[in-house]
Design a binder for this molecule. Sequence first.
Ligand SMILES: [Zn+2]
Length: 145
Amino acid sequence: MQLTTHFSLEEFTHSSKALSMGDKNQPTPAHLVNLRHLAERMEAVRAMFNRPIEITSAYRNPAVNAAVGGVPTSAHALGHAADFHVDGLEDLDVAKQIRDGGLKFDQLIHERNRCVHISFDPRLRQEVRRQPGGPGSPVHAGLEP
Ligand SMILES: [Zn+2]
């Protein structure tokens, strides 16, 4: 199912963990509403760079989220967050451009050697962070030390 011009529900629910569990990672109706909003916001990110975006992880239903060790309040578990790369660009450069680009977001995290994480939880706190040490490691304020 296509959510917006450039993003499909399949891209937003694909999860190797879910596949390995035999879980379809289907969103609840409320989470599907959030995923549509997320796709619309990701269109704005795409327009900022005018390049294709590769979504590496977005939605994780409660069972999948628990299996990857995510906290139940994770923006991924609610359909508010996407991990992604912009085709041909370094993640850190992408994060800097989004930070400075006037887009309203809740959290922007440069997960070093992994992805850019962005969430559009309606709180829209404009939090900018970095996670240099990999999944589960401490998260620090700002993109640079
Ligand atoms: Zn993430």
